[in-house]
Write a protein that binds this ligand. Sequence first.
Ligand code: ME8
Length: 510
Amino acid sequence: MPGRFFLTTPIYYVNDVPHIGHAYTTITADAVARWHRLLGDETYFLTGTDEYGLKIARSAEANGITPQEQADRTSARFKETWQLLDVSYDRFIRTTDPDHAATVQAFLQKVYDNGYIYKSAYAGWYCVACEAYYGEEELLPNPDGGPGLDPIHRRPAEWFEEENWFFKLSAFEQPLLDWYGANPDAVAPGGKRNEALGLIRQGLRDISISRSSLDWGVAIPWDDQQVFYVWYDALINYATAIGYGTDPERFATWWPHVHHLLAKDILRFHCVYWPAMLLAAGEEPPAHLHVHGYLTVGGEKMSKTSLNQIFPADLVEEFGVDGFRYHFLRDSSFGPDGDFSYEAMIARYNADLANNFGNLLSRVATVVDKKCGGIGPAPRADSPLAAVAATALAEATAAWDTIQPAAALEATWKLIREANALLETTEPWKLDPGPEVDGVLGDALEVLRLVSILASPALTRSVTEVWRRIGLSGSPTDQLLPAAASWGGYPGGLPVEKGDPLFPRLKAKS
Ligand code: ME8
């Protein structure tokens, strides 16, 4: 039954241009959104940029431009990258969008009216790169003897003292534990849920949610001397996009059935602070939080200071958009950390795309040309591949449903491998034209049709070309699952086109 599906990526900071880490979360979200569109779900896919705060103000200053210019430039780079990678978002939110300020103010006014915000003095350690406070005990020793280092960026923390507005996070320790108890599947994978529970059980301290020393932020409705702390404005983007404070009916149709995708660096904000803020505003916490690990390069998290960032455009030039998307979806399981390897990317491209998918298409087109006059025959109702196709659909559905693209694509590629195996055992190219040749080729054409649909969340371009070459009209993305995946949908009698290799084999550049 089609339903509604709301999914989000983090909104990315505009101090730096997108690298393959940002692309990983965004492409995963995009593929999942595309899968849900195939199921006929009304899908809303949100991404965007996080533009306020000290980190952005400082990077603008370092670049000799205004924070607004910094935000405009870098936000445009994110949009260009997502366009390059065929990311089909429904909204690209910028925290400087006017409707966002209105929602942040309405939301936090509600929390204030509910009695969870008060004024107090703050003094403590702060990391600007994380835009986060740290207790002394959370900082790592500084080999240079200065202030302790934050555990994520390993930069010296700074001492901050300010009169700020505070959020009574401590009031939500028990409500959060109760909520997690009643919603055991809210955070996936399970290890990340335990991490979130561990943070809550350690005890929650109230936190400052405003800044008096900065004006690059959303104004506080009840205090014109301060702005909101960037994380409090940023998290609320998920509510802005679905009409919190501006369109209550729309908000109620989408919330709380959201799927937030994020990496473990921002688990505390999404799995502790955000649910607590929602409870404080009288709303339900987010229904699903999917937390993945880091994509590392040379064993280290990518960062400007490690000089190990890899940019999507450089890989797209060599592998194409489909080669790029396929590699990250197929080779980086959603959950654990994974090290990027150029050699693995070449190997995966050649094995799965050139040798399996591409080869199936070119073999079928060549033999249909030789033995069937270029007209594709229909599949057999009793084909040995029918059961394999049903299993592929069932396994892919279960895997996409739990945000496991690697498993979904593996299930889909099993079907391609079985079709290639059938061709190898029956060798239709050696047989005289007749029912057996027609049957085998019809079956293989049906597999190409099915795979074009099932792989369309990952391969946005080549599947449309396969669809066209086997003579079908429309597009694989217009199909509706599960009906379109029943065996026998390829009608036969269609012209099949031989063409250039879909995925030319690649050699590693030395
Ligand atoms: O944290 N591996 O923005 P951000 C995997 N603005 N994923 C990575 C990654 C890596 N090496 N590097 C980045 C912020 N990511 C806040 C978010 S949300 C309300 C505010 C991805 O630009 C991953 O999704 O630092 C990670 O959580 C996110 O980018 C952090 O992006």
